[in-house]
Design a protein around this ligand. Structure first.
Ligand SMILES: [Mg+2]
Length: 264
């Protein structure tokens, strides 16, 4: 082979290798997630919002406890970013410059090292003192059952027992799992960081990101529904991207396209 041809092959290889490296670097660009995670992990405002949410939940619960109901009362809470803080998982993805994977999420859950969100343990104990049963309905997989229970128990959560922990088996919607609870209990209060934690009505976000539905149910917030802050991820993200938005540049442009600015 002529030297000229060899040189051409070498140049082509170098080019392909640099493209591969660049796409690898770009693939896991988490810059957009960094600010949200910094806020969640460090701002006193995050802490204050959780205290606010659980304080309101506690006040509502004391009122609901006096109500007469046909069945015993229950509270339903979500786990991730509601009772447990998984922000180290988000932070580590950014630090390691890697994308979400079920395997890495599983490794984090198995450690059972998530800390409690501010006010969560105290709230679970308040439920116990009022004689109101607390159910943890989470979209963690059933394969993470033991580790999740161990994590909750190690933090001193009330109701950290198998019969009160309902994880995801087949479907993500929590509708059927809530319905199972209502067979024997009256759910008086729900707490979550995602609207889908409250009712299946919020799962449809096709029209205006689902904001109209929130308007319709505005009286429920701070009443039966207590929403906690999670700017890092959630069902709200689905409305940003289309299926075609797979490349970093496309996803960045999709994020920019939903910003609402103004013109002079
Ligand atoms: Mg959650």
């Amino acid at each position: 082979m002529k030297i000229k041809n060899l040189l051409a092959i070498a140049v082509a290889f170098t080019f392909l290798a640099s493209c591969a490296n660049r796409s690898k670097e770009e693939k896991y660009n988490h810059d957009y997630l960094m600010y949200a995670t910094i806020w969640y992990q460090n701002s006193p405002e995050m802490k204050a919002l959780y205290y606010q949410g659980f304080n309101i939940a506690g006040e509502r619960l004391k009122q609901f406890s006096k109500m007469k109901t046909a069945k015993p009362k229950a509270v339903v809470v979500d786990i991730d970013e509601t009772m447990l803080n998984n922000s180290p998982f988000q932070a580590q993805e950014i630090i390691d410059n890697k994308g979400y994977s079920k395997e890495f999420w599983n490794e984090w859950c198995k450690l059972a090292k998530a800390e409690a969100t501010p006010g969560a343990v105290e709230f679970s104990k308040l439920c116990d003192s009022l004689g109101i049963t607390l159910f943890y309905i989470s979209n963690r997989s059933v394969t993470q059952f033991d580790a999740t229970l161990r994590n909750l128990d190690s933090l001193g959560f009330a109701y950290a027992k198998p019969e009160y922990l309902i994880l995801k088996d087949a479907e993500s919607s929590k509708k059927a799992r809530r319905a199972k609870v209502t067979e024997n209990y009256e759910i008086v209060l729900l707490i979550g960081d995602n609207l889908d934690d409250f009712s299946e009505i919020f799962e449809n976000r096709a029209s205006q990101w689902g904001t109209k539905t929130v308007d319709e149910f505005k009286k429920e917030f701070g009443n039966r529904y207590i929403i906690l802050p999670n700017p890092m991820y959630g069902s709200w993200e689905k409305n940003i991207y289309t299926k075609q938005d797979t490349l970093p540049a496309q996803r960045d442009s999709a994020r920019r396209s939903v910003l609402k600015g103004f013109s002079l």
